[in-house]
Design a protein around this ligand. Structure first.
Ligand SMILES: Cc1cc2nc3c(=O)[nH]c(=O)nc-3n(C[C@H](O)[C@H](O)[C@H](O)COP(=O)(O)OP(=O)(O)OC[C@H]3O[C@@H](n4cnc5c(N)ncnc54)[C@H](O)[C@@H]3O)c2cc1C
Length: 471
C-alpha cells in the first residue's frame, strides 16, 4: 500500500506516542491470556514472554512434547523489546568477537559467529514451517558510511570482521556509486553489505510464536508478574510455580527483579515511523529492496523500510534512567522524536515532508562487558539468557536452542559456544552507573558532531569512551 504523504511541519510530534509500539497499530494489542490462578507444578518455567522465553519453550516442547512448560509474563507476550524492536534479524555481534576471542580463543569466537549466520536462516525456516507471517524478507543489511571519517572507520574495522569469519561473500564492500544503485543516502561514501540479515515485523513474530507454543501445549500465563525467582520456584502474587528448572528471560526488565539491579542495565532505544511514502519519494530514494540500513556513527541509528512502505528509524534517545528504571508503555520524549526525525531528513531529504505516525521506546539489556550470556546452573536449576545489547532478534533464537540443550543435558556444539556460562561482573552502584552511561552517550554524540563538522578523523573522545566503557 502506498499513499502520498501529507505535507506537515517536520517538527510536529508523532500522531501516536507509545501504545507499546507501532508494530501493534495495524493488528491491535493482543487480547490477554489468563493469569496464573494459584500454585502449580511444571517441569520448566520461563519468566518473560518475549522471544527468549518463547523460543526456549518452542525448542523444549519440540524436543520432548511430554514436558510441562509454563511461561509467566507480567503484561502480554510481546510487551517488551520483542514487540518493539527495529526488525533487524541480524547475524551481527558488534564488538563481541574480540571479547569472545580474547577469553576463549579465536576458534570458539568464530564458531559463535557461524552459529549466528545459521540462526538467521533458522528463524526464517521456523516461521515458514509454523505459518508465522512476519513480513520477513532477507535482502541483507547495509552499513552506510556517512562522510569521510565514517568511511575510513568502516574500512579500518574490516580486517577484524574478516578474522571473525565474515568472508568476501558474507561482507561485500560497496563504493558510493554501487550503494547509490541500491539506495541513495545523502552524504554516503560507501557501505558494507551482508546477506546475513532479514527484515521482520517484530510483533507479528512474537505474537505468532506465542500462538505456536500454546498450540504445542505450553501454558502462556499473562498479567502474571514474577516477584522472586529461587531454586525450584517462580513466585507470583497469584501463586508459586514450582519447577526443577526456572529460566529468567526478562532481558531489559531484569533489573526490576530483587537482587538483579546491577546485572544488566536497561538501556533505552527509541523509534519513529513515517506515514506511508508515495512512489515519487521512493523513486528519489531509490530503495527498492528491504535491506536494513545502519550507519557508522558512534551513536548509531537503525532503519527499515516497512512492508507497508514507511521508513522506521531508531536510535538511543534517552539512553538510561537513573536507578535502572524501565519504561512502561513506550512513550518517547518530543526531543528524541525531533532528533530522530532530523536524522531521517538528513539521510533521506526526500522524506522530509512526511508526517511521523508513531513514536515509541523500549528497553534492552546491557551487561557490563557488552557481551550476551546464556547459562544453566545445574546445581540450582536456575538459568537465564540475555544481555544482547540491541542485537537480540536473532540471538534469542540461538539462546532458546542452547537453553533447550542445557536443560535436556545434551552435549552439543551449541552448549560449547563461548557465551555459555560466561561470567560477567555487575554494573557499578548509582550514581556511578547513571553518570557513566549518560557520560558515555554525551561523549559519543559530541564525537559524532565533531566528525560531522569536519574533524577529519575518528574523534579521540569516542576512542576514550570506548576504552572507559569496555564497549
Ligand atoms: C527499540 C528497540 C529496537 C531494537 N531493535 C533491534 C533490532 O532491530 N535487532 C535486534 O537484533 N535487536 C533489537 N533490539 C533488541 C531486541 O529486541 C531484544 O534484545 C530482544 O527482543 C529481547 O528479547 P527477550 O525475550 O529477551 O526480552 P523482552 O522481549 O524484553 O521480553 C521480556 C518480557 O519479560 C516481561 N517481564 C518483565 N518483568 C517481568 C516479571 N517480573 N515477571 C514476568 N514477566 C516480566 C516483559 O513484559 C517482557 O514481555 C531492539 C530493542 C529495542 C527496545
Amino acid at each position: 500500500m502506498s499513499t502520498a504523504p501529507t505535507t506537515r511541519p517536520t517538527s510536529a510530534p508523532a500522531r501516536t506516542n507509545g501504545d507499546v509500539s507501532f508494530w501493534y497499530a495495524a493488528d491491535g494489542l493482543p487480547a490477554r491470556r489468563p493469569a496464573l490462578d494459584g500454585d502449580t507444578d511444571a517441569d520448566v518455567v520461563l519468566v518473560g514472554g518475549g522471544y527468549t522465553g518463547l523460543w526456549t519453550a518452542y525448542y523444549l516442547k519440540r524436543a520432548d512434547p511430554s514436558l510441562r512448560i509454563v511461561v509467566l509474563e507480567k503484561e502480554f507476550a510481546g510487551f517488551g523489546a520483542s514487540g518493539r524492536n527495529g526488525g533487524w534479524l541480524t547475524a551481527a555481534l558488534p564488538g563481541q568477537f574480540r571479547r569472545y576471542a580474547a577469553a576463549h580463543g579465536v576458534q570458539a569466537a568464530t564458531a559463535m559467529q557461524q552459529a549466528m549466520f545459521d540462526t538467521v536462516d533458522e528463524v526464517i525456516a521456523v516461521a515458514a514451517a509454523e505459518g508465522i507471517d512476519a513480513d520477513i524478507r532477507k535482502d541483507g543489511e547495509l552499513t552506510v558510511a556517512v562522510g569521510e571519517v565514517q568511511h575510513r572507520r568502516m574500512l579500518a574495522h574490516l580486517p577484524e570482521q574478516r578474522a571473525a569469519g565474515w568472508g568476501e561473500d558474507d561482507l561485500v564492500t560497496l563504493g558510493a556509486a554501487e550503494l547509490g544503485d541500491r539506495v541513495r543516502v545523502s552524504g554516503a561514501r560507501g557501505a558494507l553489505w551482508t546477506p546475513h540479515c532479514a527484515r521482520i515485523q517484530p510483533a507479528r513474530l512474537v505474537r505468532g510464536l506465542a500462538e505456536v507454543v500454546e498450540r504445542m501445549g505450553v501454558r502462556v500465563l499473562e498479567g502474571t508478574e514474577v516477584t522472586a525467582i529461587r531454586p525450584g520456584a517462580a513466585v507470583c502474587r497469584q501463586g508459586t510455580v514450582r519447577a526443577p528448572y526456572v529460566i529468567r528471560a526478562m532481558e531489559g526488565f531484569t533489573a526490576t527483579l530483587p537482587g538483579h539491579r546491577r546485572t544488566w542495565v536497561p538501556m533505552n532505544s527509541s523509534m519513529i515511523v513515517t506515514e506511508p511514502l508515495g512512489p515519487g519519494v521512493w523513486d528519489e530514494i531509490g530503495w527498492r529492496g528491504a535491506e536494513l540500513i545502519g550507519d557508522e556513527a558512534h551513536a548509531y541509528c537503525y532503519i527499515q523500510r516497512t512492508a507497508d512502505d514507511r521508513i522506521a528509524i531508531g536510535g538511543r534517545g534517552v539512553p538510561y534512567r537513573f536507578g535502572s528504571r524501565v519504561d512502561a508503555h513506550g512513550e518517547t520524549a518530543e526531543a528524541t522524536q525531533r532528533q530522530l526525525a532530523g536524522l531521517l531528513h538528513r539521510l533521506f531529504p526526500a522524506a522530509s515532508s512526511a508526517g511521523i505516525d508513531h513514536a515509541w521506546s523500549g528497553v534492552l539489556g546491557v551487561p557490563r562487558d557488552w557481551c550476551a550470556t546464556v547459562e544453566l546452573d545445574r546445581s540450582t536449576g536456575l538459568g537465564w539468557a540475555g544481555g544482547y545489547v540491541g542485537h537480540g532478534v536473532a540471538t534469542t533464537n540461538l539462546a532458546g536452542r542452547t537453553l533447550c540443550d542445557l536443560v535436556l543435558g545434551r552435549d552439543t556444539d551449541l552448549v560449547r559456544l563461548p557465551w555459555v556460562g560466561r561470567k560477567v561482573r555487575g554494573w557499578e552502584p548509582e550514581p556511578l552507573r547513571w553518570l557513566g552511561i549518560r557520560g558515555l552517550y554525551v561523549a559519543y554524540r559530541a564525537a559524532d558532531r565533531r566528525e560531522d563538522a569536519g574533524l577529519g578523523r575518528t574523534s579521540l573522545i569516542a576512542r576514550a569512551a570506548d576504552l572507559l566503557s569496555g564497549r
